[in-house]
Design a binder for this molecule. Structure first.
Ligand code: HEC
Ligand code: HEC
Ligand code: HEC
Length: 337
């Protein structure tokens, strides 16, 4: 990458942000840690730094022929998740993508990946952020992966700005639907109890936010895959308002009784809790940012719920249920506008 292009200046600092702040530029370095070495040992991989089983997500440019990379000055192919991992291989568009007369659609036609549309963006991120080969997961040292587009977009140091209002809830819903599609696809190939619990939790959370025609008990994963895909596409185009966002947050905070339900296993309830707190966190963030809402009680209550949902010591459904009830109370006490 040339330092004069994305290397500095207002609106031209994507390269600096990526190399200095973005964890993606260090995604290859984690393959040199002792933790990775122990994972590799258990998997009988001689060197995780060069094994495609790891580099496919941590350093995908390794698989690209180096003669192509000479196009990009100062580019270090070994460096993690690069610009091209998200934006697409640059060769066809690199030479003209900066010309002012060239339109977005022309760049896309030349191979620059479509990332403006949230559905397309979710597809780009989920490829590395959800499904881990079960053999790697079973070693137990890799972090369990969750895909939640809005939260992960805001956790990535910003090198772009989305236009429009209420992008957050739209991204959240699109991302969760894409995650459901991916889990459905995985489960259609091979059943896995952990993933089934996570799949059911996603169905549960999405059915409160829209009409998702999936029967969680029938567990027909192949059908759910196409239903979730349609839901994701529609979500990317959905229109959100302050009222709609607040209404959904209220619906989630009214779910406390469902966490006392004896018919659902504790494991399934824990998985519901996990996706529920992610949903509430994203809706509440948007309401604070764009809806002018404020509540210390809600902030504090949400922190308690998040900790309970992720507690290492086990999921306490009564405590979690009570925490959600506190959030419902905090919302009732919001100053009326
Ligand atoms: C499907 C994509 C994918 C594959 C394959 C994969 N990883 Fe990861 N890995 C990730 C993502 C994404 C994260 C970050 C997860 C998070 O923080 O939520 C991660 C995180 C890690 C971490 C923790 C890093 C940290 O900053 O704490 C280690 C260590 C790691 N991976 C090692 C490996 C090794 C070794 C392999 C090969 C045996 C491997 N990974 C294969 C996607 C992948
Ligand atoms: C993890 C994925 C990811 C990586 C890595 C990444 N980008 Fe992006 N980038 C995005 C997304 C998503 C957008 C928003 C796209 C849109 O709105 O069309 C974006 C937008 C941009 C934009 C448009 C900025 C604007 O203001 O509209 C530029 C330029 C850009 N990226 C350059 C880079 C460069 C250069 C690198 C490498 C140094 C890079 N990106 C690495 C995901 C990524
Ligand atoms: C080619 C694979 C790949 C793609 C595509 C990708 N990521 Fe990542 N991402 C990774 C890996 C690997 C890590 C772990 C890096 C580390 O731990 O150092 C990571 C880490 C992250 C992190 C920090 C850890 C966390 O979960 O908080 C965020 C945030 C993130 N990615 C967001 C995104 C977003 C948003 C997109 C899509 C616009 C995206 N990523 C696309 C591979 C990828």
């Amino acid at each position: 990458m040339s330092s004069s292009c994305h290397g500095g200046g207002v609106g031209k600092d994507q390269g600096i942000i990526w190399s200095k702040k973005d964890p993606h530029s260090r995604a290859d370095a984690v393959l040199s840690t002792a933790r990775s070495a122990r994972m590799a040992e258990a998997l009988k991989i001689p060197d995780p730094k060069v094994s495609v089983r790891c580099t496919v997500c941590h350093s995908p440019m390794q698989t690209v022929p180096t003669e192509r990379l000479s196009l990009l000055k100062n580019f270090e192919p070994e460096k993690g998740v690069s610009c091209e991992s998200c934006h697409g291989a640059a060769e066809p568009w690199l030479r003209f993508h900066t010309r002012p007369d060239v339109q977005h659609a022309q760049r896309i036609a030349a191979g620059l990946r479509e990332l403006t549309d949230l559905y397309a963006r979710a597809n780009a991120c989920v490829a590395c952020h959800l499904n881990l080969d079960p053999e790697i997961a079973n070693v137990g040292r890799h972090p369990e992966m969750f895909f939640e587009l809005d939260g992960q977009m805001s956790a990535q140091p910003p090198h772009y700005k989305d236009e429009g209002a209420w992008v957050g809830p739209r991204a959240w819903q699109t991302g969760q639907a894409v995650a459901l599609r991916e889990l459905s696809w995985k489960l259609a190939q091979q059943r896995d109890a952990t993933l089934v619990a996570r799949w059911k939790a996603l169905v549960w959370v999405l059915q409160k936010s829209g009409t998702l025609d999936v029967d969680a008990d029938a567990a027909s994963f192949a059908a759910a895959q196409s239903t979730a895909n349609r839901f994701a596409k529609a979500s990317a185009q959905s229109i959100w308002t302050r009222e709609k966002t607040l209404q959904l947050l209220r619906a989630y905070s009214a779910a406390s009784a469902e966490f006392r339900d004896a018919k659902v296993s504790v494991e399934e309830l824990r998985r519901r809790g996990e996706v529920l707190v992610m949903a509430m966190d994203r809706l509440w963030s948007a309401l604070k940012r764009e809806g002018g809402l404020k509540s210390e009680n809600f902030d504090n209550g949400l922190r308690v719920a998040v900790d309970l949902a992720r507690a290492q010591a086990g999921f306490k459904k009564e405590l979690f249920s009570a925490a959600i009830e506190q959030l419902e109370v905090a919302l009732e006490r919001l100053p009326q506008k």
